[in-house]
Design a protein around this ligand. Structure first.
Ligand code: CAA
Length: 482
């Protein structure tokens, strides 16, 4: 399959990014928008994105001009008639996409492959609306398209032989890695990523922890490139809401029901970066709070030495009459708190990596003790993440269900372990894929953490995936590969 002329329909953030990727790889691009105003916005995206690369010294002005020169912008879809491939990046509305593909099918030559960049809508339904269902696929890029290295190539039961491999080869020419998948809601990445982002929104809504604290925990503690709320703002809250709706419709898993907070923000027009404000964008200047006077503390329970050592190194010694009792733990501490003479002094401390300390406040913890714990963590060089005293606190509560979902996805036969790992690394810039992460955290620790989450929430999908449970029972520490 020879692809030299490529049409891109829709030049919003994703479409413009995709057009740039094709033009950078030397292909001719016909960019189509509905009207002159939208076209000008699309041109602006292209100029800004390549201009930024010039400013950073990654692109010369000549090469920028060459790339932009390969892109023809038009408001007439008829200009796509000779394209070898047309990829659509329009709003996630199935009705709209179906009628667009009917039109593209009429306009384009019979050999043209028609591709959709949909995040989650059924490619099969779009293909079936055309007279060439065998030449309709999903070609799913990740935001920002010029940066993220993954393309999911979605084949359907009616895709003609050679089309998926032809598009995967083309992705390679664009400098991307292709993962070929079947047509299920969310494909690999969104099926695993979006429920985690949605869950983060639920945690904020429930007052489990704050937006900035959750972002800090996932970025600094787990090493993800962005916290969930920064990423939701990048993806667009409307897109996230729509993807969750599609996932829920397919799975009926209540964890996939879009978080009410997402609906509220979307309805208010707060869509994230594209509208200038979403979870972020309206920050009042953060108040710098002075340290709360003299802080007296004690560290109790198994694993105290590390934390006490850090605090000692910062010049703080345990006291016989502590204002706060810090208890290192990865489980809720309320049962230990009630054994203290003054339970209001206890705060659970869960170290995540070497930079983050989750601070679990029970229903009895006093504000003074919670404040003192925060201050102590700061002097110990840790980022405090205050949260409620619930199973998994913030990080494990967000991470373990995601890891469990990945195991279930593999068990369902939808994708291989290597493909799932590669998709999450390359599509989301994660430092490691879910199976790599599971193995480095320890399968037993994750299985036990999931059991604790399940016991607390009775959420069926928190129950450890059978394969995970079996590997732990068999004493294995790695997944079968190859
Ligand atoms: N367009 C073009 N290039 C961009 C860009 C953009 N919008 N944003 C960043 N870049 C480039 C920068 O120019 C820079 O390039 P160089 O290294 O060549 O100079 C590089 O990316 C790194 O940028 P920064 O140093 O400014 O910022 P960073 O190190 O924080 O990286 C990031 C930014 C690449 C976005 C990184 O934070 C990241 O990987 N985040 C995760 C993004 C993610 O998960 N995307 C997938 C979302 S899911 C999705 O898209 C699917 C869906 O259907 C919803």
């Amino acid at each position: 399959m020879a692809f030299e002329r490529v049409g891109v329909v829709g030049l919003g953030t994703m479409g413009a990014g995709i057009a740039e990727v094709f033009a950078r790889a030397g292909l001719r691009v016909i960019g189509v928008e509905a009207d002159a105003e939208a076209l000008a916005r699309g041109r602006g995206h292209l100029e800004r994105s390549t201009g930024r690369a010039v400013d950073r010294g990654r692109l010369t002005r000549e090469r920028q001009a060459e790339i932009l020169g390969r892109v023809t912008l038009t408001t007439s879809r008829e200009d796509l008639r000779d394209a070898d491939l047309v990829i659509e990046a329009s709003p996630e509305i199935l009705r709209y996409k179906v009628s667009l593909f009917e039109e593209l099918d009429r306009i384009c030559k019979p050999e043209t492959v028609l591709a959709t960049n949909t995040s989650s809508l059924p490619v099969t339904a779009i293909a079936a609306a055309t007279g060439r269902p065998g030449r309709v696929v999903g070609m799913h890029f990740f935001n920002p398209a010029p940066v993220m290295k993954l393309v999911e190539v979605v084949g359907t039961v009616v895709t003609a032989p050679g089309v998926v491999s032809g598009i995967a080869e083309l992705a390679g020419r664009l400098g991307k890695t292709a993962v070929a998948v079947g047509d299920r809601a969310g494909f690999v990445v969104n099926r695993l990523l979006l429920p985690y982002l949605n869950h983060a929104a639920v945690l904020v809504d429930q007052g489990m922890a704050g937006r900035d604290d959750i972002d800090a925990a996932m970025k600094l503690g787990v090493g993800l490139p962005m916290g969930p709320f920064t990423l939701l703002d990048l993806i667009g809250l409307d897109t996230a809401y729509e993807v969750m709706g599609v996932l829920f419709d397919e799975t009926r898993d209540r964890r996939h029901a879009p978080a009410p907070l997402l609906r509220e923000l979307v309805t208010a027009g707060l869509l994230g970066r594209k509208s200038g404000r979403g979870f972020y964008g309206d920050e009042a200047q953060e108040e710098q709070r002075p340290m709360s006077g003299a802080v007296t503390f004690d560290v109790a329970g198994p694993g105290s030495e590390e934390l006490a050592g850090r605090l000692r190194a910062a010049g703080f010694k345990p006291s016989d009459d502590p204002g706060v009792v810090l208890r290192p733990t990865d489980r809720p501490v309320i049962e230990h708190a009630v054994r203290l003479q003054d339970p209001s002094r206890m705060v659970g401390v869960h170290l995540v990596g070497d930079r983050v300390a989750e601070l679990a406040a029970t229903a009895l913890t006093s504000d003074a003790a919670a404040r003192a714990a925060r201050d102590l963590m700061k002097v110990a060089g840790l980022t405090p993440v205050p949260c409620k005293d619930r199973a998994g606190f913030v990080v494990d509560a967000l991470l373990f269900p995601y890891l469990n979902d990945a195991v279930r996805m593999y068990e369902s036969g939808y994708a291989s372990i290597d493909d799932i790992d590669a998709a999450m690394r390359l599509g989301c810039g994660y430092p490691s894929g879910p199976f790599e992460m599971l193995e480095s955290l320890g399968l037993a620790r994750v299985r036990d953490g999931l059991r604790a989450l399940y016991a607390e929430h009775r959420e069926p999908s928190y129950a450890p995936a059978p394969l995970l449970d079996q590997l732990v029972t068999a004493g294995l520490s790695a997944f079968p590969r190859g």
